[in-house]
Design a protein around this ligand. Structure first.
Ligand SMILES: Nc1ncnc2c1ncn2[C@@H]1O[C@H](COP(=O)(O)OP(=O)(O)OP(=O)(O)O)[C@@H](O)[C@H]1O
Length: 264
């Protein structure tokens, strides 16, 4: 992507990565003993986590366990307090939030402006924006005001905007939490489609990390589940192992109790 690396922030080392080799595995994201403090609040405590290109990883855990903080730290939106964090430069990442943010302009321009700001000539940016809208089946709404769309449509525009940027890494913070079941299904289908195939022919597979309170969604979209409690990673398992209570109980009693509570 040739983008500028993140500046080093806060008390911890933060270095940009492309896919790197380490301990025999390729890594796109590597956190080593990362902590994030907000004053007296310890949002992340000694998190060590490696994510390889093409993985689809769900972050789960109760309110305030640190999911958003982890995503925001990887995206470079907040400073880490200690430890080392390696991630692709922000220009190689896209992040979606529970409530999509839209510029006060048309749907197509919402996507094109982001590309233009990254150096894509305006005519090409508009053409790529339209392609991206076709991908999420919203091309007929290209000239509509983005803020006038429904929440589900806005989230699809946000996904199109992310996809148009051809990121290596897609971070999503509870992307369907405020959507009705139909819109949730449409957004999930796009998430699945984007991670199922490279963003463009010959490109590296897209890596997806998402926070969710929806265990059905986790089962449908994740290949791996990371369970957080009070800022610590207590379980990090392939999705089928996470939902196998015997395996989970052996790894973390706390994670098993959480799952039991959620399944009641
Ligand atoms: N900017 C901030 N300033 C102070 N405290 C913060 C800030 N952001 C997060 N926190 C605190 O850090 C902890 C972790 O919050 P975080 O938002 O990462 O949790 P979460 O797992 O995403 O929660 P939820 O599921 O409710 O969205 C919480 O105690 C939260 O109150």
């Amino acid at each position: 992507m040739g983008a500028a690396p993140h500046a080093r922030r806060g008390g911890a080392a933060r270095t940009p990565t492309g896919p790197q080799r380490g301990r025999g595995a390729t890594r796109l994201i590597a956190l080593h003993d990362v902590s994030v403090h907000f004053g007296a609040v310890h949002a992340l405590r000694g998190v060590t986590l490696h994510i390889a290109p093409g993985e689809s990883v769900a972050l789960i855990g109760g309110n305030g366990c640190g999911k958003s903080t982890l995503l925001r730290a990887v995206h470079g939106l907040i400073a880490t307090s200690a430890g080392q964090l390696q991630a692709p430069p922000r220009a190689a990442q896209a992040m979606l939030f529970q409530r999509p943010w839209m510029l006060r302009t048309t749907v197509q321009r919402n996507i094109a402006i982001g590309l233009w700001l990254r150096g894509v000539p305006w005519a090409d940016a508009k053409a790529r924006a339209l392609q991206a809208l076709e991908r999420v089946q919203l091309a007929p709404l290209a000239e509509r005001s983005a803020r006038g769309l429904s929440g589900g449509q806005q989230q699809r525009v946000a996904l199109a905007r992310a996809w148009a940027q051809r990121p290596q890494l897609l971070l999503l913070d509870e992307p369907t939490a405020s959507l009705d079941p139909h819109a949730k299904h449409e957004v999930e289908a796009l998430m699945q489609e984007f991670t199922g195939a490279p963003a463009e022919t010959g490109a590296a597979p897209l890596t997806m990390v998402f926070a969710s309170h929806n265990l059905g969604q986790v089962k449908r979209l994740a290949r791996r589940v990371v369970y957080l409690e009070q800022g610590r990673v207590l379980a990090d398992l392939p999705v089928q192992d996470f939902f196998n209570r015997d395996v989970l109980r052996a790894v973390s009693r706390e994670a098993d109790l959480f799952l039991k509570g959620e399944l009641l």
